[in-house]
Design a protein around this ligand. Structure first.
Ligand SMILES: [Zn+2]
Ligand SMILES: [Zn+2]
Length: 398
C-alpha cells in the first residue's frame, strides 16, 4: 500500500489522505482548512478535477476540516460516512439552507467494507463530533490504522476500543494537543458534575454556549439540567441537529423535558417550529421557567427581549467552547453583552482530542512499525519512539 498525505500533515485541519494499492485508490477525509471562509479545493487531479481516478472517499466525521470539501469531490466518486454523522451534518446544512451532501452510502462500525483489493473496517471512537470513526485498512497481508480525530475522556469506552483494535504495520494518528503541556483532561462525565455544581450556585437563568454538533456536550448539559430541575431549551437549529442524531439523544420530539424556541432571526421557519408540537415554547412562557438555554452569539436580540420579561440577576452563562474563540469579535461582544445584563460567565469545557498519554496507549496497543503524524503542529513529539519509523515525508509505501 502507499499512503499520500495531500494535506493536514504539519497543520491542524484540512485533512486529505490517499491510500492506494496497485489497483485501488481511496481518499480518507476531504476537509477544509480551519478558518477558511470560501473553501477552495486544492489541485488534486482525479479527485476534484479532470476524470475521476479514485474508487471511493471515506469521511471519518463531520467536522469541516474532514468533510468540508465533500461537495467538491467529482460526482462519480462514491462518498461514505457513518449513518448518524451523515444525518447530523445534512440536518445542519438543511437548516442553514445549504445543499445537502450526497453520500453514496453508510459504513457501519466493525463491518468490513471492500473497495477493490482494500478492506476498510470502521471503528467507532469518541470525539467532539458524534458518530466519529477510526479506519483500519488491510491489503495483501499489510494493514494501517487512521485515527481521524479521537479522545479517551468522552463517554465511549476507550479501553473497549483498544481491546478491539488489531496490531497494524502503519499508524496514521492525530496529534492535535501535543503542543500543550501534558495534563489529564476533564472527562465528559466530570464536566457534567461540574455543570451541576455551577448551575446549583445560581437561581437566575442559566445559558450555555456550546457547539450545536457537539452531541456529547449536549448530553452532559441535558443531564445537568435534569439534575438541577431545569428545562433544557434548544433553538430551532439545535433541535434539528439533536433530532437527527437519533432517538437516544436529548431532542424535543421525544423528550418531555426539552423545549424548543424560535429566535427573531429565524424568518420563514414557523412551520418547522410547529413540527415540534407541544415542545415549542414562547418567550413569555420561558420567562416563567427554570431553564438551561442553549444560546449562540447571533441570539443577542432575542435574549435582550427576554431580559425585558424576566430578571437576569443571579444568572450564569456556561462557556463550553475552546477559550481561543473568546478573541473573536462576535463572541467578545456577546459575552460583554451578557455580563452587562448581570450574567456571570463561567468556563466549562474539555477538549475533543487525545492527550499524549492516550496516544501512547494507542501506540502500545497497535504496535506499528511506522507512524505518520497528522493533524498536528508537533510531529517531533513522536521522535521519542526510537524503535518506530516516524514518517515525515508526504508519501510512504510499505
Ligand atoms: Zn480535525
Ligand atoms: Zn474533529
Amino acid at each position: 500500500m502507499t499512503i499520500k498525505i495531500f494535506r493536514g500533515q504539519n497543520q491542524i485541519g484540512g485533512s486529505i489522505i490517499e491510500v492506494s494499492s496497485d489497483s485501488t485508490r481511496i481518499i480518507l477525509d476531504a476537509g477544509t482548512e480551519l478558518e477558511e471562509i470560501e473553501p477552495a479545493a486544492p489541485l488534486i487531479e482525479g479527485l476534484f478535477s479532470g476524470e475521476a481516478s479514485y474508487d471511493a472517499a471515506f469521511i471519518s466525521h463531520y467536522h469541516g476540516d474532514h468533510i468540508g470539501l465533500c461537495d467538491k469531490i467529482l460526482p462519480n466518486i462514491p462518498i461514505y460516512i457513518g449513518k448518524a454523522a451523515g444525518a447530523v451534518t445534512n440536518a445542519a446544512r438543511k437548516y442553514m439552507r445549504k445543499p445537502e451532501y450526497s453520500f453514496a452510502g453508510y459504513y457501519e462500525p466493525g463491518k468490513p467494507f471492500t473497495v477493490g483489493d482494500l478492506v476498510l473496517t470502521p471503528y467507532l471512537c469518541d470525539h467532539s463530533a458524534f458518530d466519529a470513526y477510526m479506519f483500519h485498512i488491510a491489503c495483501d497481508g499489510k494493514s494501517l490504522l487512521y485515527t481521524g480525530d479521537f479522545r479517551s475522556h468522552g463517554r465511549k469506552s476507550f479501553h473497549g476500543l483498544l481491546k478491539r483494535l488489531p496490531s497494524v504495520d502503519v499508524l496514521i494518528t492525530e496529534g492535535t494537543t501535543l503542543s500543550r503541556t501534558p495534563a489529564t483532561p476533564v472527562t465528559e462525565g466530570k464536566l457534567e458534575q461540574e455543570a451541576v455544581r455551577a448551575i446549583s450556585e445560581y437561581n437566575g437563568p442559566v445559558f450555555v454556549l456550546m457547539a450545536a454538533t457537539n452531541i456529547d456536550r449536549l448530553v452532559s448539559m441535558y443531564k445537568a439540567a435534569r439534575r438541577t430541575n431545569r428545562v433544557l431549551l434548544q433553538d430551532l437549529y439545535l433541535a434539528a441537529v439533536s433530532t437527527a442524531a437519533g432517538k437516544s439523544i436529548p431532542h424535543p420530539k421525544d423528550f418531555s423535558d426539552i423545549g424548543v424556541f424560535l429566535t427573531n432571526g429565524a424568518d420563514g421557519r414557523y412551520e418547522e417550529l410547529q413540527s415540534y408540537g407541544e415542545a415549542k415554547i414562547s418567550r413569555q412562557n420561558i420567562a416563567k421557567l427554570n431553564f438551561v438555554m442553549c444560546v449562540r452569539p447571533s441570539m443577542r436580540t432575542y435574549i435582550e427581549k427576554l431580559s425585558d420579561l424576566m430578571p437576569f440577576d443571579n444568572g450564569v452563562l456556561l462557556y463550553s467552547l475552546w477559550e481561543g474563540y473568546k478573541e473573536n469579535e462576535d463572541m467578545a461582544t456577546f459575552l460583554a453583552f451578557m455580563q452587562k445584563k448581570g450574567v456571570k460567565v463561567d468556563s466549562l469545557h474539555t477538549s475533543g482530542h487525545a492527550d499524549s498519554s492516550t496516544i501512547d496507549a494507542l501506540i502500545r496497543k497497535v504496535q506499528p512499525t511506522a507512524i505518520i503524524p497528522v493533524h498536528t503542529e508537533h510531529s517531533d513529539w513522536f521522535d521519542r519512539y526510537h524503535d518506530i519509523t516516524i514518517v515525515k515525508n508526504q508519501v510512504f509505501s510499505f
